[in-house]
Write a protein that binds this ligand. Structure first.
Ligand SMILES: [Zn+2]
Length: 397
């Protein structure tokens, strides 16, 4: 699959009928590729999705029949499934399922933002239920809210604000732990009382374990997704597309009753297999929106420090991530590893004073989004550049 990522920004390009159709396709595709749950429940969910899909095409539309719908979900790009005219959106070209019937990275991301019905998809419900329970515990889940619009910004905000209430040291340490330790041994729990009170760690997800074992991604240390290949082997790979491309992919197999990992990519050093019992991990949304950007924030801290700047990571009580100064120039940097103009704009509207002069930094692979993000955020006095641009600017200062 191409390294494309469907982001909420792209979904915003779709009209309401297309969004409804996409929502139904996403839930149906995830239902098709999961092995959990009973067959009758899955068939019922697939038929409901097809009903919603047909309605999204309108009275005069020619929606695919049920068998054709299932067929297209397995083999066609998203564009072939949506009603109405094609937008420029890259989402048109991506597929929801790989040739072997497993979920593409795009599908995994989209399902987190799909309608409330996503809860019914076996296998995924654990991640969604956990994210909702964390948000509810923090008092941040408006009744009836669609996950798509409370996603990234709201989750970060809720967790960080709650950590801040415990004071500066606990805030910094808690945030660092969420980035550096996305999985914890249950025995280590007592050391992280604040985080365990928040309930941000939970049991290892069923979709990221095989034969009651799991393994950490060598790049982010989070639990890799386990895709069974028959009863006696599985493929373990990080949910992050870029980590997979860099080699976070392994085959898990056993010959003599002993499970082993074999590299499938360029990373030769194999992570250790661990028993599911005794470990707890962040769920998908928290890893995606806190751990992944956090890794970039920590990288940037080192890079701009190396470029001769003074840098403060996660300045307490502020709505940005890095405070950088060099030769009288100051950068207030907010790191985003997703491109969601509407979500970011909503957050800025909530804190208009914090945005003026803000530098929003996105990773290099999202460079294509800088123009649209600048159009949306410019009126708030913020600008958008990539991580490489920032390092170049700081070096030149
Ligand atoms: Zn990873």
């Amino acid at each position: 699959m191409l390294a494309l990522e469907a982001t909420p920004a792209e979904i915003d390009e779709l009209d309401q009928c297309q969004r409804d159709a996409l929502d139904a396709c996403v839930i149906a595709a995830m239902t098709l590729c999961t092995r959990e749950g009973d067959a009758r429940g899955r068939a019922r969910l697939l038929m409901e999705c097809h009903g919603r899909y047909t309605r999204s095409w309108g009275v005069f539309g020619k929606a695919a029949s049920f068998p054709a719908f299932l067929n297209q979900l397995q083999s066609a790009p998203v564009g072939a499934l949506l009603p109405g005219p094609a937008s420029w959106s890259e989402i048109w070209e991506v597929r929801l399922l790989e040739n072997d019937g497993t979920a593409t990275a795009t599908l995994t991301r989209l399902i987190m933002e799909a309608s409330g019905q996503a809860h019914e998809v076996p296998g995924l419900s654990a991640d969604l239920r956990h994210l909702h329970s964390v948000l509810r515990a923090l008092g941040k889940l408006p009744p009836g809210a669609r996950l798509a619009r409370i996603a990234a910004e709201a989750v970060q905000h809720a967790v960080f604000r709650t950590l801040q209430q415990a004071g500066f040291a606990a805030y910094t340490e808690g945030r660092r732990t969420l980035v550096n330790e996305p999985v914890l041994g249950r025995r280590a729990l007592s050391r992280y009382a604040l985080l365990t009170d928040l309930g941000v760690y939970t049991g290892i997800s069923p979709v990221r374990q095989f034969a009651s074992q799991w393994a950490p991604c060598p790049l982010c240390k989070w639990t890799m997704r386990a895709t069974p290949r028959g009863r006696h082997s599985a493929e373990l790979a990080c949910e992050d597309e870029r980590h997979r491309q860099r080699g976070a992919r392994f085959k898990m197999e056993s010959d003599d009753g002993q499970w082993r990992l074999k590299p499938l990519g360029e990373i030769r050093e194999k992570p250790e297999l661990r028993p599911v019992e005794g470990w707890i991990a962040l769920s998908y949304g928290l890893w995606q929106w806190i751990t992944i950007p956090g890794l970039l924030e920590i990288d940037l801290e080192a890079l701009v420090h190396g470029a001769g700047a003074d840098v403060r990571l996660w300045p307490f009580g502020d709505s940005y991530d890095l405070h950088i100064t060099k030769n009288g120039i100051t950068w207030r940097v907010d790191v985003k590893t997703w491109a969601d103009p509407q979500g970011i704009a909503e957050q800025m509207r909530a804190d208009p004073e914090g945005c003026s002069g803000l530098t929003v930094v996105i990773p290099e692979h999202l460079r294509g989004y800088t123009a649209v993000l600048n159009r949306v955020l410019g009126p708030f006095g913020a600008r958008v550049i990539t991580d490489l641009d920032l390092v170049v600017e700081v070096r030149a200062a």
